[in-house]
Design a protein around this ligand. Structure first.
Ligand code: SF4
Length: 412
């Protein structure tokens, strides 16, 4: 099989992995230079926040596992192939030199054994670095591979990831019977602790080698199993806390196989979006998973974002006075983000904040007005039951009459 054909197959086989951020560029070459259509180019973010394009491929799409949700599972009758390490190194370098890509995202099906596969991937990244390739490398760690192999590979990669795929052992047992949660969490823990050691060693010795400097990420498939959003968000919280993860990616289930164990339909993209919003609350807004969802409400509301839902459930804490409220409460107001909260704190040091100033610092007043006062003034609407706010906040219709009312001050 020629290299072009291999590239077509192995880039297409990699497109369902979302643990880097996007994939499937289809920039055709009409009259210009270059053509990314045949290869999978995805976009990701480097440790310094730059958006970078990566060649996203599998080392091989042969796999001895039979995960129900995966196009590459062994029971599927699809065209299969494998790169040789040299082919993949040369391909990456030639794409890089032509400026098609800024790095490589390398994953793989599992051939022979986890160690055999990991060894091949290790050879690819090692050879690339030995050929002075300084582009970004995102490398999958194969669950079950030897610790030492993963450790050695981590010194050549910028980011590593182990896909957790499904949130519970029970779901793994049904849909991915060859995998176990323990086998997935072990390398994750190992990568997390090695990354921390590397950071502290580099503080002492500048020349100490970097181990996955852009951290590790994982992917969870949403809606392939009946697990609730609460289970998913609880797990994400643990992964961030215990394994020092940089990102958990959520991927709405896409039905690529016919299998009675799978749902009949693709999962909702809105559910995926709400999970990303909840994840954002965990990472930047200091919410705990238990505040976002509980036993009574185990699924995120598709009509309204999780921060607004929390504010409605905790309406007794509002309205807060923007001139006095602490930062931690300001960021919990729907319509006030981290940047606006920081600007409020800065501005109120030298002037009293009113609604005009809030507009200027880009507070979304049509949402925030129900939860704040400015110098005791309230511009929202008094609802008998705060649950009615759900309809107002989720509706595009802004016909609720404005109210100007003085509300007594809260003490903080
Ligand atoms: S291990 Fe499972 S998810 Fe990974 S390539 Fe093989 S069948 Fe697909």
């Amino acid at each position: 099989m020629d290299l072009n054909e291999k590239l077509k197959i192995l880039s297409s086989s990699a497109k369902y992995d979302v643990s880097c951020s996007s994939s499937g560029s289809e920039r055709l070459n009409i009259d210009g230079i270059g053509n990314t259509e045949k290869s999978g180019i995805c976009h990701s973010w480097a440790a310094d926040g730059r958006c970078i394009s990566l060649l996203k491929v599998l080392y091989t799409n042969y796999c001895k596992f039979d995960c129900a949700y995966c196009i590459n599972r062994k029971s599927n009758n699809i065209k299969r192939t494998t790169f040789s390490p040299e082919e993949l190194v040369n391909l990456t370098l030639s794409f890089y030199k032509r400026n098609y890509i800024e790095g490589l995202f390398l994953s793989s099906g599992i051939i022979k054994s986890a160690n055999y596969t990991m060894e091949k991937m290790f050879i690819v990244v090692k050879k690339l670095r030995e050929k002075n390739f300084n582009g970004y490398i995102h490398l999958k760690a194969i669950p079950g591979a030897d610790k030492e192999l993963i450790r050695k590979a981590g010194f050549y990669a910028d980011r590593m990831s182990v896909n957790i795929e499904l949130p519970t052992q029970k779901s793994l047992a049904v849909l991915a019977p060859d995998k176990s949660k323990e086998n997935i969490l072990k390398p994750m823990k190992y990568i997390g602790s090695n990354a921390l050691v590397s950071i502290s060693e580099r503080k002492k010795f500048k020349t100490a080698p970097s181990f996955v400097p852009a951290g590790q990420s994982t992917q969870m498939i949403i809606g392939a199993s009946p697990d609730s959003d609460k289970t998913i968000i609880n797990l994400s919280e643990k992964l961030y806390k215990n394994f020092n993860l940089k990102r958990v990616y959520y991927s709405a289930f896409i039905k690529v196989n016919t299998d009675s164990k799978l749902p009949q339909k693709n999962a909702s993209l809105l559910r995926e979006h709400r999970l990303y919003q909840a994840d954002w609350l965990l990472r930047y807004y200091k919410f705990s998973a238990n505040e976002i969802l509980d036993e009574n409400e185990p699924f995120l509301n598709e009509k309204l974002d999780p921060k607004s839902m929390w504010a409605i459930r905790n309406f007794n804490l509002f309205p807060i006075e923007v001139n006095k409220a602490p930062y931690e409460m300001l960021i919990r107001v729907p319509g006030i983000g981290i940047n606006s909260a920081l600007k409020i704190i800065k501005t109120r040091k030298y002037e009293n904040i009113n609604f005009e100033i809030l507009k200027k610092i880009r507070v979304v007043l049509k949402r925030a007005k129900y939860f704040i006062t400015c110098n005791g003034k309230f511009q929202g609407y008094i609802f008998k039951d705060p649950k009615n706010l759900k309809n107002v906040l989720s509706s595009k219709n802004k016909s609720i009459p404005l109210f100007l009312k003085n509300i007594p001050e809260r003490t903080y």
